[in-house]
Design a protein around this ligand. Structure first.
Ligand code: ADP
Ligand code: MG
Length: 252
């Protein structure tokens, strides 16, 4: 059931780098159960917004989630509060197996004692995550030999075992094949109903297929928000983003 508590409510978020406002007064309501896409040209402030919400850069304003303000938490406290993110470059441990990567990620919620116990057997939540991301058969492979798409799914699996209820996926489908993108979209639909998922993406076909709601950022601000049809019909969006995208000029 979706309750007010499951909303992440961002109000007046700002991030400055030496006086330059990379994020400038952003209001956002992120609701559980819908795939929320964040688009906008390179440099719009998308990654910085996520950095601020996950304790990696200092943000001003408020970001209320389950009775706490995320902006007052350190990054490890943000993870424990159930908020996770991926990075534009993959962060899996390449020399470790798929299973080991998941085990380490799951460690954030476990005590040292339960980690010792867990060695005997693959914990059920890891087994579940493997199944969900479709990597059950590759569990003993070193993450470094996985295909690009599989690595990204492993990262999503790492958020699943962390029990992240809010997930920010920063250009996760960039560089994926059409099939990988399709599978990723299906994966997000499977895990989406119980979670608040925000996907940063440039590929408009992917956005059109999977977005429930789209927020367009430009120069640190929210330009507009709506359904795919609504944002595509918006002249300003066409001018600053979609037009360029159509010409292949807007890229990560
Ligand atoms: P996006 O993810 O939308 O492409 P970013 O959030 O990465 O945009 O960047 C927004 C703006 O903030 C850019 O102008 C970028 O150069 C600037 N920026 C990002 N991180 C830093 C930093 N650590 N120091 C100074 N400027 C930064
Ligand atoms: Mg970015």
């Amino acid at each position: 059931m979706t309750t007010e508590l499951d909303h992440l409510e961002v109000k007046g978020l700002g991030v400055s780098f030496d006086g330059f406002k990379a994020v400038d007064g952003v209001d956002l309501t992120l609701r559980q159960g819908r795939l929320h896409f964040l688009i906008g040209p390179n440099g719009a402030g998308k990654t910085t917004l996520v950095d601020a919400l996950t304790g990696l850069v200092k943000g001003t304003g408020h970001a209320q989630y389950r009775g706490r303000d995320l902006l007052s938490l350190k990054s490890h406290q943000v993870v424990r509060a159930g908020v996770g993110r991926t990075f534009q470059t993959a962060t899996v441990f390449e020399e470790l197996s798929v299973l080991q990567n998941l085990d380490i990620a799951g460690g954030v919620h476990r005590t040292a004692w339960s980690m010792v116990l867990a060695r005997r057997k693959v914990p059920s939540y890891v087994e579940e995550a493997l199944e969900t991301i479709g990597l059950s058969d590759l569990r003993h492979r070193p993450a470094g030999v996985l295909a690009h798409g599989q690595k990204q799914w492993l990262e999503i699996g790492m958020l699943l075992v962390q029990d992240a209820k809010v997930m920010f996926l920063d250009e996760t489908v960039a560089g994926m094949s059409a099939e990988e993108r399709e599978e990723t979209g299906e994966l997000l639909r499977r895990i989406g109903p119980d979670r608040t998922i925000v996907v940063i993406e440039h590929d408009m076909d992917f956005v059109r297929t999977f977005a429930d709601i789209v927020t367009v950022m430009h120069a640190g601000k929210v330009l507009t928000e709506g359904t795919v049809a609504e944002i595509q019909a918006n002249h300003q969006v066409q001018e600053i983003y979609l037009g360029r995208s159509a010409e292949g000029a807007a890229h990560a």
